[in-house]
Design a protein around this ligand. Structure first.
Ligand code: CA
Length: 221
């Protein structure tokens, strides 16, 4: 899942990006509020990790602008150890959660998973659509109790489809959510992964709507 990290501290930002990548997220990292705002207006992210102490457009102002514009993506703010007033202001401005720096990567990842799951209206950590089960934390997917042997990209694609079961996702949306900025992507990459999912799970698991996108039906058998 695509996550946007906004952190001006190069060491911390780089560390967060590298760390979140190792636990299965697709993190993009920006160092100032202004470019984060531009990115958020044109791209979709599953969540935002926002440092409040940013140069230029402050984190709290970016947050207010975001909520003012009706963006509902989950936001986790990063604050300093003794900045209680800052945390309160952040939460009141629309942040969903916070962590104190330096934060534990495992905890950050777990909190992000919880926020993303909640934002999709799911309270349970394991996602289930009919006989298909997907556990994002353990990185395990099963179909009719059978463990699926999926590549990282196939798992990520299935995760997106399961999260939004019953909704059509366009190829462009899936490309955005699965690939990092500037990544070299074959134009048929999504089709190829879908083909593999059908082969590994069941032929009818994903429906193609020509010219529109892909859909994982809610009533799969
Ligand atoms: Ca900072």
């Amino acid at each position: 899942m695509r996550i946007l990290i906004v952190e001006d501290d190069a060491l911390l930002g780089d560390g967060l990006q590298a760390g979140l990548k190792t636990v299965g997220f697709l993190p993009e990292w920006l160092q100032d509020g202004q470019s984060a705002w531009r990115a958020l207006t044109v791209e979709t992210f599953a969540a935002l990790v926002l440092d409040l102490g940013l140069p230029g457009l402050r984190g709290i102002d970016l947050l207010k602008r975001l909520r003012g514009a009706g963006h509902s993506l989950p936001v986790l703010i990063l604050t300093a150890q003794d900045a209680v007033a800052e945390r309160i202001a952040g939460l009141d401005a629309g942040a969903d959660d916070y962590l104190v720096k330096p934060c534990d990567l495992g905890e950050l990842a777990a909190r992000l998973r919880a926020l993303i799951r909640r934002s999709a209206g799911q309270a349970r950590p394991v996602l289930r659509v009919g006989p298909l089960e997907l556990d994002p934390a353990a990185h395990i997917a099963t179909y009719q109790g059978r463990l699926l042997d999926l590549s990282a990209k196939e798992f990520a694609l299935l995760h997106e489809l399961v999260r939004e079961a019953g909704r059509v996702l366009s190829k462009e949306t899936l490309m955005q959510r699965l690939y990092a900025w500037g990544a070299e992507i074959e134009s048929n990459a999504i089709e190829v992964h879908i083909h593999h999912l059908r082969k590994k799970i069941a032929p009818g698991i994903v429906v193609t709507l020509r010219g529109v996108g892909y859909l994982l039906p809610r009533d799969i058998a």
